[in-house]
Design a protein around this ligand. Structure first.
Ligand SMILES: Cc1cc2nc3c(=O)[nH]c(=O)nc-3n(C[C@H](O)[C@H](O)[C@H](O)COP(=O)(O)OP(=O)(O)OC[C@H]3O[C@@H](n4cnc5c(N)ncnc54)[C@H](O)[C@@H]3O)c2cc1C
Length: 331
């Protein structure tokens, strides 16, 4: 494939960027690490690329009035990895960002781009006119589905959501601010992603004329939070998650008061595992709890012909991570 022709604009304000986006076939360019691959591989057509690179107000990490954090959508991933408040209060996010791709991609790629990136299904990215590209068939369902989902397909489309940071942000109850022609709105990250059964051609609720401007994290608890992100990949180099888990467990005395557990590599969206959360809440994190939670993670899973290995993989991942927390902090 060769790169298609498109016009390229670099607005100097958010208002101008929104105006530029209002024309049909316009697309946002943040770091470009995903967008340019999509254009090169003809995943979708673009008439105009709208670069956000001059919008300095969309960069940086700062504390909000309520004691939470605001991360500008254009903040490079490397800054998320190295930010002291993120490492201290939202460790799952710092760990997840450090697991994204390679140092070069973390320098160039932005947090906003990471959570808005397109899926990596090889049929979608390849020369297949699949359902997600407006075709009539999902080729993964009965095809080469080794890296596809075990939850949430709705028997429609079997992509896995590709971002490492989104599950961590969801575990930490993040919201995103979205600017559009009619003003701004705040959307909980959990409501931002779209399942194939709702709309197979969209991954998020973002409209083509909207810009994700910032990611907001609520104030962290004063004490008792255990949070992290663990990712398993096919090789010991940069790669997307075969299976991953982001967790934020809030302990009160020796019991888990609140649990948010979000899986990567599992579903078309970052997949909040309610069965695991239910197995953890109000419990001591002892061997019995670890065993029940590790079993619960694969409850209702629907593996395909070639990805049944994800069942023991997720079980083992949960067991290892929860045992590690129990050994360090549990009872
Ligand atoms: C070789 C390789 C390996 C990778 N491995 C991993 C990995 O292991 N884990 C992982 O999580 N990711 C991985 N990635 C994906 C990479 O992290 C993303 O490409 C990157 O984070 C995207 O950020 P960007 O700023 O470059 O986005 P862009 O490429 O500029 O944009 C990505 C998409 O989001 C849209 N977009 C961007 N910013 C906004 C915004 N502010 N508002 C609305 N829409 C927006 C764009 O229009 C585009 O569709 C990998 C990528 C490559 C090329």
């Amino acid at each position: 494939m060769t790169m298609p022709n498109f016009s390229y604009v670099r607005p100097k304000s958010l208002k101008e960027a929104l105006q530029q986006l209002s024309s049909k076939g316009a697309r946002i360019h943040a770091g470009g690490t995903d967008l340019l691959g999509c254009l090169h591989d003809d995943v979708f057509q673009v008439k105009k690329v709208v670069s956000l690179s001059h919008l300095d107000e969309l960069r940086g990490v700062r504390q909000t009035k309520d004691g939470g954090l605001r991360i500008g959508a254009l903040t490079p991933l490397v800054e998320v990895v190295n930010s002291e408040p993120i490492k201290e209060h939202y460790p799952a996010l710092a760990q997840a960002a450090s697991e994204v791709a390679s140092p070069q991609l973390r320098n160039q790629g932005t947090l906003g781009g990471n959570i808005c990136q397109k899926p990596r299904c090889w049929y979608y990215r390849g020369e297949f006119h699949c359902l997600r590209k407006g075709g009539s068939k999902c080729f993964a369902e009965n095809g080469e589905n080794h890296y596809h989902c075990i939850f949430g397909s709705g028997h429609v489309c079997y992509i896995v959501h590709p971002s490492d940071t989104a599950p961590a942000l969801m575990a930490h109850e993040a919201s995103v601010r979205i600017a559009g022609p009619k003003g701004t709105k705040l959307v909980p990250l959990e409501a931002f992603y779209v399942l194939p059964s709702s709309n197979v051609e969209k991954e998020t609720t973002l409209e083509p004329n909207e810009i994700l401007t910032e990611i907001l994290l609520p104030p962290p608890p004063k004490s008792g939070l255990r949070s992290g992100y663990r990712k398993v990949r096919a090789r010991n180099s940069w790669d997307f998650a075969l299976a991953g888990v982001a967790f934020a467990l809030q302990f009160k005395a020796d019991r888990i008061e609140k649990a948010r557990v979000v899986l990567s590599g599992a579903a078309p969206i970052p997949w909040r595992s309610k069965p695991v959360e239910d197995a953890l809440v109000a419990k001591r994190l002892n061997a019995g709890t670890v065993e029940r939670a590790s079993e619960a993670v694969v409850k209702n899973a629907e593996p395909l012909e070639h990805n049944g290995y994800k069942i023991p993989l997720f079980r083992g991942l949960l067991e290892e991570e929860l045992t590690r927390i129990a050994t360090t902090f549990g009872t």
